[in-house]
Ligand binder design. Structure first.
Ligand code: EPU
Length: 355
């Protein structure tokens, strides 16, 4: 275990918060992690404990008084496939593998599965915790099992997908197993057979345009990856250029009656033919894009000192100057939540984890 004291977290969070932790601990293998805990090494480290990936979905609200752990377990390898189906392939990736390296690895080998999740910042272990999602696909659609170190029993166990209790940006690792399980690797089930997923937004149109542009007869994982990366790059700010943590809020899922109020508001403002963007979430519930709600409240492109709201995707709060403090981001977050609530009566909830 590599341990460093009073460690800066500036390079460990894509929001660019200039904060530090009392202790930073990094390991490179499952064996190293297991031995450290089995020998009681953790008892000498300041608490609380926090495991992070690339810090691409969190907001440090100040200096962290405890120990931040990070997995340096990086590998991608084929493993025996449990289905035995000839078109299937199982691949295991270490928790510290950058997620997009895994997506690229699959695309280069013509393997279908994670291509719509291309370009999402962060690491594979965090992807399993957060159930990352984009363009109609979620991590849970690709994973078959998650291997975790259990800090209570000091052993590694394999958790089948069904037991991960995946939901919208949610999993057992964020709920009852929080603090107990540390993801060491994930096992993904990929396909050699074409399974393009084109149903989200303009993905189908963009894929058709890419086919005619390249003269390719059919889609490949590599071309789908390019289509997705082009869409992402046209909307989302690159954290290497401007500090951000992706979508700051979750898209709210509301009862039909709340949606009707939103629709009445929009139609009185824009006319009776106006169509509010929304998705059926089942059981009488409707998902409304938070980006739309925030834009209606006039926040798109807002700037105030060091912080702002992205001008192409208002769901993303940005550290405009690189000098924003956690308090400035939180003040903006509160103002946005209050204005959406005032106008629509809908409470937004952060997607970004506040530490
Ligand atoms: N919209 C607006 N104004 C805008 C942008 C969007 O009104 O400026 C409305 C449009 O109606 C659009 C809808 O919002 O159709 C959805 O927009 P988008 O496709 O950009 O997706 P999103 O719901 O805002 C979610 C994820 C993103 C993911 C995209 C694409 C959440 C919280 N966010 O955003 O994930 O990339 O879908 O699938 O679910 C992330 O989690 O960090 C993230 C970026």
């Amino acid at each position: 275990m590599k341990i460093s004291w009073h460690h800066s977290l500036l390079g460990h969070n894509t929001f660019g918060m200039n904060v530090s932790c009392a202790c930073y601990a990094e390991y490179d293998s499952e064996a190293e992690l297991t031995a450290f805990f089995a020998e009681g090494g953790q008892s000498a480290l300041p608490k609380p404990f926090l495991h992070i990936g690339a810090g691409s979905n969190l907001l440090f609200t100040g200096d962290f008084p405890g120990t931040v752990f990070h997995s340096g377990i990086k590998f991608i390898r084929e493993v025996p496939d449990r289905t035995g189906a000839p078109e299937k392939l199982s691949v295991e990736a270490g928790a510290g593998t950058p997620w997009d390296e895994f997506c690229l690895w699959c695309a280069e080998r013509g393997l279908w599965g994670p291509e719509n999740l291309s370009g999402i910042p962060g690491e594979t272990g965090a992807a399993a915790v957060q159930n990352i999602g984009a363009y109609g696909v979620e991590f849970q659609d690709v994973v078959s099992a998650v291997r975790c170190f259990d800090a209570v029993t000091c052993s590694v166990k394999t958790i089948r997908k069904a037991d991960c209790r995946y939901g919208y940006r949610d999993s057992v690792f964020k709920q009852s197993a929080k603090g107990r399980y540390i993801v060491v690797s994930v096992i993904m089930e990929l396909s050699r057979r074409a399974v393009p997923r084109l149903g989200y937004g303009h993905v189908r149109a963009a894929a058709e345009a890419a086919l005619s542009e390249t003269g390719q007869e059919s889609l490949t994982p590599g071309l789908m990856r390019k289509v997705i990366l082009d869409i992402r790059n046209s909307k989302l700010p690159d954290p290497a250029e401007i500090g951000n943590a992706g979508s700051f809020f979750k898209n709210p899922v509301v009862p039909r009656s709340s949606y009707d109020r939103v629709e009445n508001y929009a139609r009185s403002r824009y006319g009776q033919d106006y169509a509010v963007p929304h998705f059926d979430a089942g059981s009488g519930f409707i998902k409304i894009p938070a980006a739309w709600l925030i834009e209606q409240c006039g926040w798109k492109g807002f700037r105030d000192g060091n912080v702002g709201v992205h001008d192409r995707q208002p769901l993303v709060l940005v550290n405009l100057t690189g000098k924003a403090s956690p308090d400035e981001i939180i003040a903006l977050e509160k103002k946005i939540i209050a204005s959406v609530y005032d106008i629509f009566g809908i409470g937004l909830h952060p997607e970004v984890e506040h530490i």
